[in-house]
Design a protein around this ligand. Structure first.
Ligand SMILES: [Zn+2]
Length: 357
């Protein structure tokens, strides 16, 4: 189907349908819909001439429309008829709307306060009567998105697939900390289990506990055992695959370990053994109390250097909810020990900084 051919075809049909004695002729393009989707009815001097339909509503879900090809053809047909002195009535060229007034109904039409298009007000006292149907749809859609966004912002961060723990290994006073976030494929599930066993009690990870050297030794022994188990099943990559592998040393033994696939876990555990071996203290920080919004605000504060004016933060955090919601998050973060506030300035604490990463 060629655009120009379609336009010519419908201009021809409209000219043929023009009623003798009517002056000027009136061309109307009006949206209508059925179970297949939207179509455009072409009307000349009050009589239906044709319907334009280039595909059902599945196009809307596929993201193909707008632009609506029906509207493009009808607009061009109208433009050419207008040049012949016709009156053209196409109240909704951009959006399908079967509430749009026909030419005969034009005196009963209202102007939509939102988009400025004409529409026929309904007589129901229960629905707003100042905006057109497409604007009503759009308003409902925005409300649904806002609601979903609020739900997402209030959902827990991190997602369920992630273990919400950050481990800090501290190698002596003044030495730099090793920080690792705990993903599902990391060794931390085992570590957490062994730490729970070692402390002979449930470890409350939200209170960011510290562990002493003896606990570290237990964790080290456990991690070393995991490495030995993995090594027992480990197959060194053959020489032609060693371009994506490294020769690593573990307890005096040299082993080729791939950087991909199964090698990843073995590497992580080997690195963990060396880090645990050098550490003197170990701290756990849990993200489980943080919502997505809390985590966003912490990160914002972190990238702005760890301290910010509360008013500037409220302004910058508009995307993450209403001012009240963001203020509520700041108070929560304060209760969790992630930030301090003097009423004007908000500052990240060490814990906040760790959780922000
Ligand atoms: Zn409107």
């Amino acid at each position: 189907m060629k655009f120009e051919d379609e336009v010519k075809k419908y201009v021809g049909r409209c000219l043929k349908a023009a009623k003798p004695g009517v002056e000027p002729h009136v061309f109307e393009a009006l949206w209508d819909g059925d179970t297949q989707g939207w179509f455009l009815a072409l009307v000349v001097d009050g009589e239906d001439v044709n319907v334009l339909s280039y595909g059902g509503d599945f196009r809307m879900f596929a993201g193909d429309v707008p632009p609506w090809p029906e509207a493009r053809v009808a607009s061009e047909v109208g433009r050419r008829l207008e040049q012949l002195g016709w009156t053209v009535w196409f109240p909704r060229p951009e959006t399908p709307d079967d509430d749009a007034p026909t030419y005969a109904q034009r005196s009963q039409a209202s102007t939509c306060t939102q988009c400025g298009n004409l529409f026929l007000p309904n007589d129901s006292p229960y629905v707003p009567n100042d905006i057109c149907w497409p604007c009503k749809q759009e308003r409902a859609r925005k409300r649904a998105i806002d609601k979903r966004k609020q739900q997402l912002l209030e959902s827990p961060s991190p997602p369920a697939s992630e273990i919400p723990i950050i481990i800090c290994l501290i190698a002596g006073v003044g030495a730099s900390e090793q920080r690792m976030s705990a993903m599902a494929d990391n060794p931390f599930p085992e570590l957490v289990r062994v730490l729970k066993l070692a402390s002979q009690a449930e470890v409350d990870l939200d209170t960011n506990p510290e562990f002493d050297e003896s606990t570290l030794r237990v964790a080290l022994g456990h991690t070393r055992r995991i490495v030995h188990e993995l090594l027992a099943e480990h197959e060194e990559p053959s020489p032609e695959w060693r371009f994506s592998a490294d020769l690593l040393e573990f307890e005096g033994q040299k082993i080729w370990v791939s950087r991909l696939g199964d090698g990843t876990r073995l590497r992580t555990m080997m690195r963990m053994v060396s880090q645990l071996g050098g550490a003197t203290r170990m701290r756990f920080f849990s993200k489980s109390a943080l919502s997505v919004r809390d985590a966003h605000i912490l990160r914002m504060l972190n990238v702005s250097g760890g301290t910010a004016h509360e008013s500037a933060l409220l302004q910058a955090a508009q995307d993450f909810g209403s001012e009240d919601a963001v203020r509520h998050t700041l108070r929560r973060l304060e209760d969790l020990g992630c930030v301090t506030s003097n009423g004007t300035m908000v500052t990240l604490t060490e814990k906040g900084q760790i959780l922000a990463t």
